[in-house]
Design a protein around this ligand. Sequence first.
Ligand code: C2O
Length: 591
Amino acid sequence: MRKNNRINGSCYITCERLGFREEIMEGKQWLLPLLLVLLLVAVSMDLSGHHLQSPFTEGCKYVLRSPSSQQVRSERQKKGIALKANLSSCHPSFTNGGDQMGSCCPPAWPVQQIVDFKFPDPSSPIRVRRAAHLVDEEYKAKYKRAVAIMKELPLDHPHNFWRQADLHCLYCTGGYNQVNSTAPFKIHHSWLFFPWHRALLYIHERILGKLIGDDNFALTYWSWDHPDGMHFPTMFTEGVLNNTQRDTINLPRVVDDNYRAEDRGLTDSEQILDNLALLYHQMVSGAKKPELFMGCKFRSGVEGYCEGEGTVEEAPHSTVHGWVGNRNNPFKEDMGAFHSAGLDPILYAHHPNVDRMWATWQKMRDNELEFDDEEWLDTEFNFYDENLQLVRIRVRDVLDMSKLRYEYEGIGLPWLDARPKPSVPPEIARSILKKRHDHGDVVLLMPGETPEAHGSPGNWRLDKPITVRVERPRINRTKKEKEEEEEVLFIYGIDTKKSSFVKFDVFINVVEETVLSPQSREFAGIFARIHDSWRYGKEGKKVKPHLKLGISELLEDLQAEGDDNIWVTLVPRGGTAVNTTVEGMRVEFMK
Ligand code: C2O
């Protein structure tokens, strides 16, 4: 496997080693000259052939200041400090097994005052991101030229291709701690997912444009949601846009948005139908409330940590990552793991489509604000912009695409019409399920199985499918009640152990297990995880992921609204979940 082309061991200015903290520094301008002198020493060492590491960054150890988490939280609230990364805390990231990974910390760049992001001039041209299967040769040549320049920049230049890749690594694996906390600042599996990636793409696009002197330059999107765009875009297999660490078996096929680490033997047209049905579920029936689509409410401090992604982040986002990554690498690098995904140029076409899904969902709900929550709106991301200025972009800055002066070329949304049908007539299904119910057990046992076959209660193993009876606290809700509160299946305490790619599907009231796919109405959602870190530090306690699935529409279509119970079947895929356990599930209601 190829090693990452990054400078290991070097680190952002470690103010803490000098006894300062970022937040203290903000008010102390006189420190800057002093630091600059120290930096010059470091830089001159580098010029004289020394490694980039300076005496101040050597080792990149981060200092733990750990008042109790409660203290941290109330302090933060008092001061009104936004959730953000402590840029002086860069440290190696951890894998989900708790092992230390490589570092993606940037080299020692000069200390800069962070300035507030400014919106582009409202009269500036709108950059139109076109679908990758529709762009012309001229555009491809331009894109390749920009990336070629990016790859030739000095390795320690913030616009260098590999430094850009490290941004993704840093923020996606928790390479920085949060300000005032030992909890990592990480932007996956929560409501920070869409905003952070939108900011990254905005910056990356402008840097590419700047490198070729084109103010109109726009990224392109890989439209894995549209039949015409479901093949891997050929332009990303050419020249500087190519990458050797991809799955050569998958790549020539129609993309499997519902990738499950096994060959499903579908024809192209079956795969397309499967993809469209999946998109309908992830964008429409499963995404009726902001938290279901955006992910859990990640807040500051150790106790604000959450692990629960929204529908589209699960799939197609994570599944497509897994589908592209090379199956022969330990964690399906490059695209199949957060630490390496940025090394593959396709990331910058995959994520625009993820972003386009967000924009589409926003439009479908008339751009109503997702969360009227200051902590979310003020969460801050830091990037070097196209002018090498270190900027602070807040969540509130990236909510409206038009203010950022870009848009997506429309190609239609065929999945809107892909509402699935029950695989078995609901009447028949219900009578079969009633009989099973009479059996009395919570876990449905196959003939000859004992309850232990599925692990102990509170610790169910996903080495094989498991079906569990879950009670519904309320039945026969009115239309109004259903609009106000979505019925949600909450699956909690998901422990993926040291696995790399994990995938399981969730179905409700299934009687015929062999025909399961998103094309059956019984499909309730997906859990898909590519390799990542989900502890907040080596010694930190585990934060186990959860999955929240909106099921109101599904229960309507299955005529199950009057039932006291539902039968939930978890189906592990491709042997990826053999080590995964689940603590439990219940039905909740979400505003
Ligand atoms: Cu930060 Cu697609 O990942």
